[in-house]
Design a protein around this ligand. Structure first.
Ligand code: SF4
Length: 347
C-alpha cells in the first residue's frame, strides 16, 4: 500500500522535475540562439495548460521575450479590404460562399484604406496589413500599395495577406512598397480547406526567395489539433524563415462547419504561444497572439492585432475595431504585461 503511495508521489515529483528541466533547457537554448527540436516542442505542448508547470513555461517564455525583443511590444493593424464571398470555402472562414453568411458584398475604397492606414500609423501601428480574399486582383493590390506609400509617410511596414503568388509577383509587391507577406500552411490544409498544401508551400517559397519578409502564425488552432500537428505547422514557418510567428485560435462561427465546436481555452492558447516563443528564440523575435490575450502576453507574446473591415472570424463587416480591441486597449495590454510600446519609429 505504502509502495503505491510512494511510487505515486515519486512519479509526480519526477514528472515535475523533468518538466522543470525541459523548460529550463528550452529557455537556455532560446537565449543561446539555438532552435528547439520537434520532440522538445511536442513535450512542451504536452504540459497541462492548467498546471503550475504551464505557469513556469509561460514565465520562461516571457523572460526570453524580454531578451530577444528588448522588452518591446508592437501592434499589427489589419484592414479587411474586400467583404466578398470566396469560392475557396475554407471551413473556418465566414467569407466561404457555401456558408451563405455574406448578405451584401462590399469593398473599402482606396481613399478609405488610406485614411485607416493614416490613423493606425499615427496611433503607433508598426505594421499595416492589407487583407484581401483569395481573388482580389493582383494589379489592384499593387496600385493600392503604391497609393498608400505616396499618401502615408512614416516608418511603418506594409503587409500583404492575399492569395497565392509566384516569385515574380513577390518581387513586384516589394517594388510597390510592401515589406512583409502574411502567409501560412494552415492546420489541416487540404482537409479543412480546398487548397493543395503544395500550392501554399510554393507561395512560402516565393516569399523566402524574394526581398519580402514572412509572417506566419500557427493557425487556426482548434481543440482537436494534436501537439504533433501544431509542432509541424510551426516548424514549416521556421523552415521558410518567418520573422514573426505565434498562434491564432480558431473562432467557431455560427453557420460554418465549425459552428458549436469549443474554442481553445485562453491558457492553452497562451501555452502554444509560449512554446513558439521558446522554440523560435532569436530567430523569430516577434511573437503574436490572436485573438488578443493578456495571459499570452504575460507568457511571451509581444504582438497583438488590431483589425477592422472585413474580418474572416466574424459574421459582419466591422466598421470599427474588431471586438472593440483598439490601439488604446492594445497599449494597455502591453503595459499590463510589462512591455514598452514600440511603433518602429525609434530604434
Ligand atoms: S480563408 Fe481566404 S481563401 Fe479561405 S474562404 Fe476565407 S477568404 Fe477564401
Amino acid at each position: 500500500m505504502s509502495d503505491v503511495s510512494v511510487d505515486g508521489r515519486e512519479e509526480g515529483l519526477m514528472s515535475e522535475f523533468s518538466y522543470t528541466n525541459l523548460i529550463l533547457t528550452a529557455k537556455e537554448k532560446a537565449l543561446n540562439g539555438e532552435k528547439l527540436d520537434r520532440e522538445s516542442i511536442i513535450a512542451l505542448l504536452e504540459i497541462d495548460p492548467d498546471s503550475i508547470d504551464a505557469d513556469m513555461l509561460g514565465m520562461a517564455a516571457r523572460e526570453v521575450a524580454e531578451e530577444v525583443t528588448g522588452n518591446r511590444a508592437s501592434v499589427w493593424a489589419s484592414i479587411g479590404v474586400d467583404y466578398k464571398k470566396c469560392a475557396m470555402n475554407c471551413d473556418f472562414c465566414s467569407f466561404g460562399q457555401k456558408w451563405g453568411l455574406i448578405a451584401q458584398e462590399s469593398e473599402r475604397s482606396a481613399e478609405e484604406i488610406i485614411e485607416l492606414t493614416d490613423r493606425f500609423v499615427s496611433q503607433g501601428a508598426r505594421w499595416v496589413t492589407l487583407r484581401t480574399t483569395q481573388f482580389y486582383g493582383f494589379d489592384r493590390l499593387i496600385q493600392l500599395i503604391k497609393d498608400i506609400r505616396l499618401a502615408v509617410t512614416g516608418n511603418y511596414e506594409i503587409v500583404v495577406n492575399t492569395g497565392e503568388f509566384d516569385e515574380e509577383k513577390a518581387r513586384k509587391l516589394a517594388e510597390a512598397g510592401a515589406q512583409v507577406v502574411y502567409h501560412t500552411l494552415r492546420l489541416r490544409e487540404g482537409k479543412d480547406t480546398r487548397f493543395r498544401p503544395e500550392d501554399r508551400i510554393d507561395t512560402l517559397r516565393s516569399v523566402r526567395d524574394s526581398p519580402l519578409n514572412l509572417a506566419y502564425l500557427v493557425e487556426p488552432v482548434g481543440i482537436e489539433h494534436s501537439n504533433e500537428e501544431i509542432a509541424d505547422i510551426f516548424l514549416k514557418g521556421m523552415e521558410y524563415g518567418a520573422i514573426l510567428s505565434g498562434a491564432m485560435a480558431r473562432v467557431p462561427l455560427p453557420g460554418t462547419p465549425f459552428a458549436g465546436s469549443d474554442q481553445l481555452s485562453e491558457r492553452r492558447h497562451a501555452q502554444i504561444v509560449a512554446v513558439t516563443r521558446l522554440a523560435a528564440g532569436h530567430h523569430t523575435p516577434d511573437i503574436c497572439v490572436h485573438p488578443p490575450s493578456r495571459i499570452a502576453m504575460e507568457w511571451g507574446a509581444n504582438v497583438v492585432v488590431v483589425e477592422t473591415g472585413a474580418v474572416p472570424r466574424d459574421t459582419g463587416n466591422c466598421d470599427c475595431e474588431w471586438h472593440g480591441f483598439d490601439m488604446v486597449t492594445a497599449r494597455d495590454y502591453f503595459e499590463n504585461a510589462g512591455y514598452v510600446f514600440y511603433s518602429g519609429d525609434v530604434d
